[in-house]
Design a protein around this ligand. Structure first.
Ligand code: CP
Ligand code: NVA
Length: 315
């Protein structure tokens, strides 16, 4: 671990992996492995520090990962839902950011607009972490790649297939991180749920620079040879009104055992960011079965989030 290089990450916000080089993402990833390996060592690396945790949307993993990772290192996390603070209601996001920046060492934001997390970073003067917006879920993507590497070693050249709503925050974040790290990344989705063309074109170029391919297809046979098959809910938070439309579009794209068998590999792993709707995007047989690594992946949220905060924040 090059601790000198790690120091260059001090003070940075994580809004999307588009803002980081491949080398920087690799540093976060390798540091996450170190943080996980040292998980039983009691350290107090956030002693005397404070973290504002802003939530417009619900969360289990992200909230618990940030809160436990920060608290067990001696820091003081403060949970603030939109029922608790003025954010965007009685006070502008700019003004909220200015005030939080005076009181907290760092800010986590989960909510709707990517522009909100950007404004918090621009006006607070503190590192800001994107804990999920409609567009990106970058801390999730780091845990996903860590889980891939725990199973197969260096992720470069491996094949990860995302199947489902290809335009959602999780698929888009995987698209970015995979292209930067040289992972061959395929999205299997109906045409109506393909990722947006602009991001796709950009990530295609980035992937090529790193010797990898980005592919989008509606054909289930695209899973052939996959190291990992990944899915997410058909209806993301904030899109509840689209439920019927999504079920009709995505029912042929359920991850079940026959889909897993199409990889023609016994060692293909199954990934899911969770929470899962068993019986919709994935069957219980697959997510609770031997190929699933969804629970390791959930645990890895904590170590990657701790590593991100340690690299950007701790003294
Ligand atoms: N994967 C994830 O972000 O889970 P939560 O919504 O529970 O935080
Ligand atoms: N795409 C999902 C991810 C949840 C972690 C959502 O935004 O609801």
């Amino acid at each position: 671990m090059d601790t000198q290089k790690l120091k260059q990450l001090k003070g940075r916000s994580l809004l999307t992996w588009l803002d980081f080089t491949s080398e920087e993402i690799r540093l976060f990833l390798d540091f996450s492995k170190q943080v996980k390996a040292e998980k039983n060592e009691k350290k107090q690396r956030f002693k005397g520090q404070t973290l504002a945790m802003l939530f417009e949307k619900r969360s289990t993993r992200t909230r618990c990962a940030f809160e436990t990772a920060f608290g067990e290192e001696g820091g003081h996390p403060v949970f603030l839902s939109t029922d608790d603070i003025q954010l965007g209601a009685k006070e502008s996001i700019e003004d909220t950011a200015r005030v939080l920046g005076r009181m907290f060492n760092a800010i986590q934001f989960r909510g709707f607009k990517q522009s909100t997390v950007k404004t918090l970073a621009d006006y607070s003067g503190a590192p800001v972490y994107n804990g999920l917006t409609d567009l990106f879920h970058p801390t999730q993507a780091l845990a996903d790649v860590l889980t891939l590497e725990e199973n197969f070693g260096d992720c470069q050249g491996k094949k990860l297939v995302f199947i489902g709503d290809g335009r959602n925050n999780v698929a888009r974040s995987l698209l970015v991180i995979c292209s930067k790290l040289g992972v061959n990344f395929s999205i299997i989705a109906p045409p109506a749920l393909s990722p947006d063309a602009e991001l796709l074109t950009l990530c295609n170029l980035i992937a090529k620079e790193h010797g990898a391919d980005v592919r989008v297809s509606a054909d289930l046979d695209e899973v052939a040879g996959a190291d990992a098959v990944y899915t997410d809910v058909w209806v993301s938070m904030g899109e509840e009104a689209k439920k019927a439309e999504r079920v009709s579009l995505l029912s042929p794209y359920q991850v079940n055992q026959s889909l897993m068998d199409k990889t023609a590999r016994k060692d293909t792993i199954f990934l899911h960011c969770l929470p899962a709707v068993k019986g919709e995007e994935v069957t219980a047989e697959v997510i609770d079965g031997t190929q699933s690594r969804a629970w390791d992946q959930a645990e890895n949220r904590k170590w990657t989030i701790k590593a991100i905060m340690l690299a950007t924040l701790a003294e």
